[in-house]
Design a protein around this ligand. Structure first.
Ligand code: NAP
Length: 258
């Protein structure tokens, strides 16, 4: 399917690895020029070079921490953008009684206020053009909170509320905002979460993964490629009537009809 977005320009935050990288690759496959960000310059440059070589699109790599004002200013200097994919690392697991105000502020900064700031910066140009697509990478935990990820549950719920209202305000201008909710996907983040289980329960990594897979109806972890393909579709011409949705990619793990 031709996604109809060849020649558009996208900012994909936190995109040297994992789900952000999957989104960048899928957009590049649809002919979209990219500005990519991550903190580590080496992996970011390597990813940018691989995408350029594979897809022949323009890829600008901007190393920096997207959760800081300076990091955001550095990527936004390469705008305006037709497409924005927001993403950042997820907060660490823990227990409700341990988290301080500073821990909450850090999580809110990364997973709520950073995507909001990026949207505030990018939406005006999209509205002016009468076309734009925003996809926020959030989490399955928005629909089914994960107890040990309370910082993530809290920050992403706040972002989801903001998007619910804002998506309806920008839709009249041909701009869509939607959230993609990953369940467990085979990335470094999943390895880190499974590593926590290994440490806490004394099981092997293979056992931790097998136990988790057994809880997923699809009996496997998701891939960054299939996540990216869904993101690219949401950024396509065909998805202009999908507004303010929270779309789960979790292999059926969240047992709910709606
Ligand atoms: P990942 O494989 O660890 O990749 C994270 C990417 O983000 C890397 O490119 C990393 O590069 C970059 N990054 C992290 N913090 C950054 C920052 N402050 N500024 C700029 N770049 C940053 O993680 P992932 O699995 O793709 O997860 C992406 C998001 O989805 C996270 O918020 C995660 O919590 C959420 N999520 C993931 C899963 C899953 O199963 N994978 C499930 C639910 C939710 P640098 O480290 O070099 O900056």
């Amino acid at each position: 399917m031709d996604l109809g977005i060849r020649g558009k320009r996208a900012l994909v935050a936190a995109a040297s690895k994992g789900l952000g990288r999957g989104c960048a690759e899928a957009l590049a496959g649809a002919g979209v020029d990219l500005v990519l960000n991550a903190r580590g310059a080496e992996a970011l440059e390597a990813n940018a070079a691989a995408i350029r070589a594979a897809h022949g699109v323009s890829v600008i790599a901007v190393a920096g921490d997207i959760t800081t004002e300076a990091g955001r200013a550095a990527v936004l200097a390469h705008g305006p953008f037709d497409i924005l994919v927001t993403n950042a690392g997820g907060p660490p697991p823990g227990i409700w009684s341990d988290w301080s105000r500073d821990d909450f502020i850090k999580a809110l900064d990364a997973n709520m206020l950073t995507p909001i700031a990026l949207m505030q910066a990018c939406l005006p140009a999209m509205i002016e053009k009468g076309w734009g697509r925003v996809v926020n990478i959030t989490s399955q935990s928005v629909k089914a909170p994960i107890p040990q990820l309370g910082l993530s549950n809290a920050a992403r719920a706040g972002l989801t509320g903001f998007v619910g209202g804002t998506a309806r305000q920008v839709a009249p201008h041909g701009v869509t905002i939607n959230n993609l909710l990953p369940g467990i996907h085979d990335t470094d983040r999943a390895t880190a979460l499974d590593g926590g289980v290994v440490k806490a329960r004394g099981v092997t990594m293979d056992e931790a993964r097998a136990e988790r897979m057994a809880t997923i109806p699809a009996r496997r972890y998701g891939t960054a490629a299939e996540f990216g393909a869904t993101c690219a579709f949401l950024c396509s011409q065909h998805a202009g009537f999908i507004v303010g949705q929270n779309i789960l990619l979790d292999g059926g793990a969240t047992n709910a009809t709606l």
